[in-house]
Ligand binder design. Structure first.
Ligand SMILES: Cc1cc2nc3c(=O)[nH]c(=O)nc-3n(C[C@H](O)[C@H](O)[C@H](O)COP(=O)(O)OP(=O)(O)OC[C@H]3O[C@@H](n4cnc5c(N)ncnc54)[C@H](O)[C@@H]3O)c2cc1C
Length: 430
């Protein structure tokens, strides 16, 4: 493939969805000289959500966007993933430093990533951000260009390329994969983000599991989009058909269980005044083998929604955006560039689709025997240096299956170290 820094054609691009994938792609494509319109169904998108982990893979993608520094300032460095069972026995203990001395995960409020990307999209010339516009479908004209049809029946366009980034519940996925199946998980999670002024939770993502029915986790989350107090996200596993029962009668026993799992959580648990303070999250699995169609490409969860068990969704979405921008810089017809995109992304995406689908039932499912096996097998597997390395690479976002070399995780060396949180004094701009 012949590379060229010069963009041969100025494409007209419609992006559906202003989440992580949509905004990141829109910024890069507008910077490359294309004309970009982003449609977001929420009229006033805000920095909502709980904690996520920005892995070295996602950090590298944000660095490409030139947006890593403000995110580092508001995140909390995570050096270790530690999971124990209810008896306190180690199930999993992975260190980023074993991959590269400078590698780390970044615990982050999802709203920080949103605010940084959204503000950059707003500043970007040739990028028209239209909020409060829901896209229902796309139609193709006689010249093969796409028109996006809004919920109120308006036709917008024409576009040479439609970037579908409308998340797990995508309406436009069918443009590329008409028969794609969405597999909802029976288990989801409940979340609370609280203050942790004394930084009781620091440096590690800590989880306690009991069988496959019970999992509580604590993720240092940084300062959030506008605060000055360190935060921690508490999450726990729940079967989705039990959320209502939990809200009406399970709350007190939940508090006792969390304190039983980790007595350090007292100040955090005291901040949860009622079950309504906990947000519930459901997730689904979408597995595709190709992510492009005529003049269309799927990015982020629309093309590869997965359970957050490996904490990869936002990271994959960011990598998608950078790879798409690179593929469009290559001097070749659009359709070839899109096919090239699917080829380049295949190994990475298929690995994480397979890995999350395989590992999730070992932590969240009705099959308790898997929890027992996990407690026995994972510590044994971790004694093998090869297995340990594969698990570390999987956590860091770099695995591309056994037949392909991993993404270069030591890339973290090239990145600035996280800034001590105390120095982040000003909130992010809107
Ligand atoms: C509980 C939980 C924990 C998670 N933890 C992590 C983690 O630790 N690390 C990590 O990397 N990821 C994590 N994720 C996953 C991560 O949040 C997603 O993978 C990521 O947000 C995907 O980004 P996206 O842009 O593809 O989709 P989204 O962020 O869902 O954005 C889609 C956007 O499209 C808009 N939209 C939808 N339909 C339309 C339409 N028809 N017209 C116009 N606009 C539309 C939506 O309003 C939204 O703004 C977690 C997810 C959950 C649920």
């Amino acid at each position: 493939v012949r590379r060229s820094n010069i963009v041969q054609t100025r494409l007209s691009i419609g992006v559906v969805g202003a989440g992580t994938a949509g905004t990141a792609a829109a910024i890069l494509l507008a910077r490359a000289g294309h004309r970009v319109v982003v449609y977001e169904r929420v009229a006033q998108p805000g920095p909502v959500g709980a904690g996520i982990v920005l892995q070295p893979s996602g950090q590298a993608a944000l660095a490409t966007l030139g947006l890593l520094a403000p995110v580092l300032e508001r995140g909390a460095a995570i050096h270790r993933l530690r999971c124990v069972n209810h008896r306190g026995r180690s199930v999993l203990d992975l260190n980023y430093a074993s991959l590269s001395p400078d590698a780390f995960g970044l615990g982050l409020h999802r709203g920080v990533l949103f605010s940084v990307l959204f503000a950059a999209a707003n500043r970007q010339s040739d990028l028209d951000l239209r909020c409060g516009v829901e896209i229902e479908r796309a139609v193709t004209d006689a010249e093969g260009r796409s028109h996006l049809v809004t919920a109120d029946g308006r036709h917008d366009g024409p576009y040479d390329l439609v970037v579908v980034a409308d998340g797990t519940g995508s309406k436009l996925r069918k443009l590329v994969a008409p028969r794609a199946r969405v597999y909802p998980y029976a288990w989801g999670a409940m979340w609370f983000v609280g203050d942790d002024p004394n930084r009781i939770y620091r440096d590690e993502l800590f989880q306690v599991v009991r069988g496959t029915h019970h999992m509580v986790g604590f993720l240092p989350t940084g300062l959030g989009p506008s605060g000055t107090t360190p935060q921690v996200s508490l999450y726990f596993s729940i079967r989705l058909d039990r959320v209502d029962a939990f809200r009406s009668s399970g709350f007190e026993s939940f508090r006792r269980t969390v304190l039983g799992d980790d007595p350090r959580a007292r100040t955090l648990v005291e901040q949860i005044q009622s079950p309504d303070a906990l947000l519930s999250a459901a997730y689904a699995h979408v597995a595709l083998n190709t992510w492009h169609g005529p003049g269309t490409v799927l990015l982020g969860d629309s093309g590869h929604a997965m359970s957050p068990q490996l904490g990869q969704g936002s990271n994959l979405a960011l990598v998608d955006a950078t790879v798409l921008a690179e593929c469009l810089q290559v001097d070749q017809p659009l359709q070839q560039a899109l096919a090239h995109y699917s080829r380049v992304r295949r190994a990475h995406l298929r690995y994480y689709q397979w890995a999350t689908r395989s590992i999730t039932p070992w932590f969240q499912s009705n099959r308790n025997v898997l929890g027992w096996l996990r407690d026995v097998l994972m510590p044994l597997g971790q004694r093998l240096p090869w297995f340990r390395r594969q698990m570390g690479l999987s956590m860091a976002g770099g695995m591309r299956g056994l037949l392909h070399s991993p993404l270069p995780i030591p890339l973290a060396k090239a990145l600035p170290a996280p800034i001590p949180m105390a120095s982040a004094t000003k909130p992010l701009e809107d």
